[in-house]
Design a protein around this ligand. Structure first.
Ligand code: APR
Length: 233
């Protein structure tokens, strides 16, 4: 039998046991601001310092954060399935890369990158970012912003992702509450093309009814169990 083509989507829940906060499990507030109010183009236009500070804190938190057993299990899965595997993450942390994942698309951008607001050039950015930092690539020295997809902006790599969803045999969603589109619609999309769908989450998500199979519990336990089952056929 041919190796199944598998697309795995991850959300904040996979990084929770590494110590990174999820968006909707806690009070959802950051210094009395709703996440949605610091993660929009409008917030950046109105109060760039606040937005820079929010992402600077999140970027510096990454320095002390390590991938967990769930991230590591997905690296094993990538090695096992080789070219028949694609990891799509909504997470802007770099824990999948730190663990060793390579076939990975960051659909909501990356904390460790900055982007010129004029020419769109993306650069690796590990230090603090603020309004004084400008692009070295364009003549106008455009302001740099976090390379993050904010609410109201178009997620990245959508053509590649929809092609993979249409071609896959199995779609697996891990650690996402199923509240934010388009990722929340990937299960139905893959299913419409005939894929089997699996959810791995602490508890049933908003979309749980659409999945063929649910594995509920902490990601560090359930993801390695799932990967072991795939490897054992
Ligand atoms: N193991 C597995 N799942 C977990 C764990 C854990 N240890 N801890 C929490 N979860 C689950 C929660 O039950 C919840 O369903 O992870 C999910 C996290 O959901 P959200 O906080 O909504 O995060 P996510 O779905 O990734 O958010 C999507 O929203 O704010 C935006 O752009 C941001 O990418 C983000 C998007």
């Amino acid at each position: 039998m041919a190796t199944p083509k598998m697309v795995v989507l991850t959300g904040a829940g996979i990084s929770a046991e590494s110590g990174l906060k999820t968006f909707r499990d806690n009070d959802g507030l950051w210094e009395n601001h709703r996440i949605e109010d610091v993660a929009t183009p409008e917030a950046f236009a109105a109060n760039p310092e606040l937005v820079y500070r929010f992402y600077n804190l999140r970027r510096s938190a990454l320095l002390d954060t390590q991938p967990n057993a769930a991230h590591v299990a997905l690296v094993e899965l990538e090695h096992h399935l080789a070219q028949n595997f694609l990891l799509v993450t909504q997470n802007v942390d770099n824990l999948h890369e730190q663990a060793g994942s390579r076939q990975l698309l960051h659909m909501h951008g990356e904390l460790t990158q900055a982007r010129c607001t004029r020419c769109g050039t993306v650069v690796r950015w590990l230090q603090s970012l603020d309004a004084a930092d400008v692009c070295g690539q364009c003549h106008t020295h455009g302001r740099l912003r976090p390379h993050i997809v904010w609410f109201g902006e178009m997620p990245l790599y959508m053509d590649e992702i929809y092609q993979a969803l249409a071609a896959c045999d199995v779609f697996v969603s891990i650690g996402t509450s199923g509240n934010v589109y388009p990722a929340a619609g990937f299960c139905e999309q893959a299913k419409a093309y005939g894929a089997k769908t699996v959810e791995i989450n602490l508890e049933p998500s908003a979309n749980a009814a659409h999945f063929d199979e649910g594995w509920y519990g902490p990601a560090t336990m359930k993801v390695p169990e799932f990967v072991a089952r795939v490897k054992n056929g």
